[in-house]
Design a binder for this molecule. Structure first.
Ligand SMILES: Cc1ncc(COP(=O)(O)O)c(C=O)c1O
Length: 468
């Protein structure tokens, strides 16, 4: 147990559970001495009082006993828990959970919880053509690893793309190909976060990022995101006060709100982060999914040094299954991230990288994106029409896949969620998107996964349930 979720009383309970698990699994046997309070506190990087509190509870419950001036000892086997504990692992990350993934496990007919694009809108036939092409061009593509950093041809292609789009210099050597932006978030947390490090994060935020940072023991400090962006004074104050290791942010068609941070704030934010030596981790999964105007350039284009780590995913609108995303890494951080990536998977699958590369460099890509934008805008409008008479409020997003809808405060969204599941409807309750897990009367409704008819029908049922 190297990392703990750090939050007051909860921490001592984790230490208590940890000791109980080890005794249950007979790793610590009857009359064996427990590590001293000091030892365990150092090992787990927690306060001695926290360990003492856990040991005292273990003593009170008759699990351990004290020998004067010698320490704490195991009293005996914990028979009653034995059977149940055989399959119970000792988690190194006791706070491990992914609430969004749990919601996605639910099989429902009207799925408004998946921020994924309807598979019928994705380029399935074209991709299968490219699979054949890739095998012709690289017959041994499955017989080798990719380099850990990612296929050189693909990195060069993406580098040319970024330089062409944003006119900001980057080198192919700064790119790291990753298996979806989710892996990027995980690599960042694993590489840079120690238990009890402060991490700034938007409120609301992408649920699986919240869970990932918490699993690594981070203390999350919420930064409110509004239609106008951030309160920069608040950001500065928190950077000064907490000296956070990173600020994880999703400033373009933000998940779940759809807000986009304006260019002047992007510039100022990079300056602030430089001043306070806080790494900005910019997650950009929705950049190309806009309805009218192209969004402002990413934050990394305002960075002249080592301040922004950019994560750009292409999963949403090309192929979630290929799992292709990239990082643009500040040079100083690259080696550490490469090591973490190599420990995770030795590099993303080469076949997927090559298929993606051929599709991405084809003329079909542009037509496909344009088609997607129109289809999603229509679906968004259908969802909005169905909500029009509810009196609920939301700000119509200019891109992305979600509506962030404020329901009346008397509605318990968790309860509504369970009711909806019974009617085969899903959405994401706002508490999942809150870094402090507070309940909220907002919910996330994705308009991207269902077709027009399903949105119409499902929303009618949803509104009926929520308003009856
Ligand atoms: C903000 C954000 N980041 C990252 C991800 C993960 O996407 P992927 O791993 O498919 O690139 C998502 C998916 O919903 C997201 O909304």
């Amino acid at each position: 147990m190297s990392k703990l979720h750090q939050s007051g009383d909860f921490l001592f309970k984790q230490i208590y559970d940890y000791v109980v698990h080890r005794i249950e699994r007979k790793e610590w046997k009857k009359d064996e001495k427990l590590p001293s309070v000091r030892q365990l506190a150092i090992e787990l990087n927690v306060n001695r009082l926290t360990v003492l509190k856990a040991y005292q509870l273990l003593k009170k419950e008759g699990i351990v006993y004290v020998k004067d001036k010698s320490g704490y000892y195991v009293l005996g086997d914990i028979q009653e828990h034995e059977k149940a504990s055989i399959h119970k692992p000792i988690l190194s990350l006791p706070q491990q959970q992914n609430r969004l993934s749990a919601i996605h496990q639910e099989k429902v007919i009207y799925n408004f919880s998946q921020a994924l694009i309807d598979p019928n809108l994705l380029p399935n036939h074209f991709l299968s053509d490219y699979v054949k092409k890739v095998f012709d061009l690289y017959p041994k593509v499955l017989s080798t690893y990719s380099t850990v950093q990612g296929d050189e041809e693909l990195r060069q292609l993406l580098t040319d793309y970024f330089v062409g789009q944003y006119k900001t210099y980057v080198e192919a050597d700064q790119l790291l190909i990753i298996s979806g932006s989710q892996q990027g978030i995980q690599l960042v947390a694993q590489t840079f976060i120690k238990p009890r490090d402060y991490v700034l994060i938007e409120r609301p935020s992408y649920s699986a990022a919240i869970d990932c940072f918490r699993a690594h023991g981070a203390k999350l400090i919420p930064i409110d995101i509004t239609p106008e962006g951030y309160h920069l004074q608040q950001v500065e104050q928190f950077m000064k006060q907490y000296k956070p290791r990173i600020f994880y942010l999703n400033p373009t068609f933000h998940n779940p709100t759809g807000y986009t941070v304006p260019p002047w704030q992007r510039k100022k934010l990079v300056e602030l982060a430089e001043t306070y030596r806080c790494l900005l981790v910019e997650d950009d999964a929705y950049h190309d999914i806009y309805f009218d105007e192209e969004p402002p350039p990413p934050l990394y284009t305002y960075d002249s040094g080592n301040t922004v780590l950019y994560i750009r995913s292409f999963c949403k609108y090309i192929s979630p299954g290929l799992r292709i995303a990239t990082m643009i890494c500040p040079v100083a951080l690259l080696q550490a991230l490469l090591t973490t990536k190599s420990l995770a998977d030795n590099g993303s699958p080469l076949l997927n990288q090559k298929i993606f590369m051929h599709y991405f460099s084809s003329l079909r890509l542009q037509q496909h994106i344009e088609k997607i934008r129109i289809a999603l805008q229509i679906r968004k409008e259908i969802m909005e029409e169905e909500l029009a008479n509810t009196g609920w409020s939301w700000i119509s997003p200019k891109g992305g896949l979600n509506l962030w809808v404020q329901l009346p405060s008397y509605l318990n969204t968790e309860h509504l969620y369970s009711q909806c599941l019974k009617e085969s409807i899903s959405f994401v309750p706002g508490s999942n998107c809150d870094p402090t897990y507070q309940s909220t009367s907002s919910i996330r409704l994705s308009y991207s996964y269902m077709n027009e008819r399903q949105i119409e029908e499902g929303m009618k049922r949803f509104v009926h349930l929520a308003t009856k």
